[in-house]
Design a protein around this ligand. Structure first.
Ligand code: GLN
Length: 379
């Protein structure tokens, strides 16, 4: 069969997690917590299943969960969203990204992504018949060069996809970034996907700059989040999308045929814990900032140079003092010979950056971080 995705193989996350297993390496590659999902959430899920909530959920998600999401967006970002028409619960953030792209991108449309960009964006754009235009973020801080973005816009540009906090760099948007994005989007009538799955992980007292804070931007944005990231349960695959009603109507046309609806017991469980345990999300920045700081301290004596991390749960490390290999080769060596799995930054780029960088995930237990750091310090 002729492939529709000639540039695509198996995702780097799957490849590296398998190599970590094969070589008994410490897995600091794929981004997932290795500690337990909160007890209250697991108990709520069990209760929901035992109470018989095991058949299809409403296509857009159950009302109590949509209500909690609306309350949260109002509380954190000051935006009023309509519970009935502006929220859809999805089977993970990736499915939300896919539905947003599929509903909005027409054949031959151009979509701007900012490299390094998450690996799910381009295949979704390609399958929709669109063309991905890669604009590099500016090193060393992975900030957006809005001038450069403006230059990439053509009459065919339909959409721009942004991600804050940023995977893999941990860069976060400022309020000025939101203004610049809104200005460009309005001037050129662009749609926006704001991938905000790490929204609760912003450090050093900074605030998450959600597109929901910016009324002009929110008017043209699909804003995506993930319960898996917030509640340490990436395997449950539940996320959501918020968008203005006319955009959401189109989004739902795709969502209803992509998965129809999302796992119902989990929706009951999330509605319950969001209501009863708001402290969980509120405490996440402190929780992950401590992990960031612990991991950085453990690596202080290594030959890796650590880049700054302002959000998310990834640490970029420059290995140029260790090796001249490209990052993919270095990561193969790292997992096979040094016993640590990491992710090469080039997996997120059309043109690899002019730097030797790998990504480590610090959403790990103290024991895992310690074990990984010990191996990394020996190099
Ligand atoms: N988002 C996770 C990461 O960047 C991986 C998700 C996945 O494996 N699909 O590591």
């Amino acid at each position: 069969m002729q492939t529709k995705l000639p540039k695509v193989g198996t995702t780097i996350f799957t490849v590296m997690s398998q190599l970590a297993l094969d070589h008994h390496a410490v897995n600091l590659g794929q981004g997932f917590p290795d500690y337990e999902t909160p007890t209250a959430l697991r108990e709520a899920l069990t209760r929901a299943m035992n109470a018989g909530f095991n058949q299809y959920a409403p296509m857009a998600g159950i009302q109590p969960l949509r209500e909690q999401i609306a309350l949260k967006v109002q509380r954190l970002y000051g935006r009023q969203i309509d519970v009935g028409t502006e929220i859809t619960v999805t089977s993970g953030g990736t499915a939300a990204i896919f539905a947003a792209v599929a509903c909005a991108v027409h054949a031959d449309d151009e979509v701007i992504v900012l490299d390094p960009s998450y690996d799910a964006y381009e295949p979704a754009i390609t399958l929709a018949g669109g063309r991905t235009v890669h604009v590099p973020l500016a090193l060393p801080d992975f900030s957006v060069d809005w001038q450069r973005v403006a230059q990439a816009i053509t009459p065919r540009t339909r959409m721009i996809i942004v991600n804050t906090p940023h995977n893999p760099s941990g860069a976060v948007f400022t309020a000025a970034d939101l203004d610049a994005l809104a200005e460009l989007a309005e001037r050129h009538d662009l749609l926006v996907i704001a991938d905000e799955v790490y929204e609760h992980m912003v450090y050093d007292s900074a605030a998450h700059q959600s597109a929901s804070r910016h009324p002009a931007l929110a008017q043209r944005a699909f804003i995506i989040s993930s319960f898996g990231k917030t509640w340490h349960c990436t395997g449950w695959k539940v996320g959501y999308c918020v968008a203005p009603a006319p955009l959401m109507a189109e989004f739902r046309k795709v969502h209803q045929f992509l998965t129809f609806c999302t796992f119902r017991p989990a929706q009951r469980a999330f509605a319950e814990v969001m209501k009863d345990h708001p402290e969980h999300a509120q405490g996440l920045a402190t929780f992950y900032q401590a992990k960031r700081d612990a991991f950085r301290a453990l690596l202080a004596g290594s030959r890796f140079r650590l880049l700054s991390v302002h959000g998310g749960f990834f640490q970029l490390a420059d290995y140029s003092a260790i090796s001249d290999d490209d990052d993919a080769t270095f990561c193969q060596w790292l997992v096979r010979k040094a016993g640590v799995a990491a992710i090469p930054v080039s997996a997120f780029c059309e043109v690899p950056p002019d730097a030797r960088l790998v990504r480590f995930c610090f959403a790990k237990s103290p024991a895992t971080l310690q074990a990984g750091a010990e191996k990394l310090c020996k190099i």
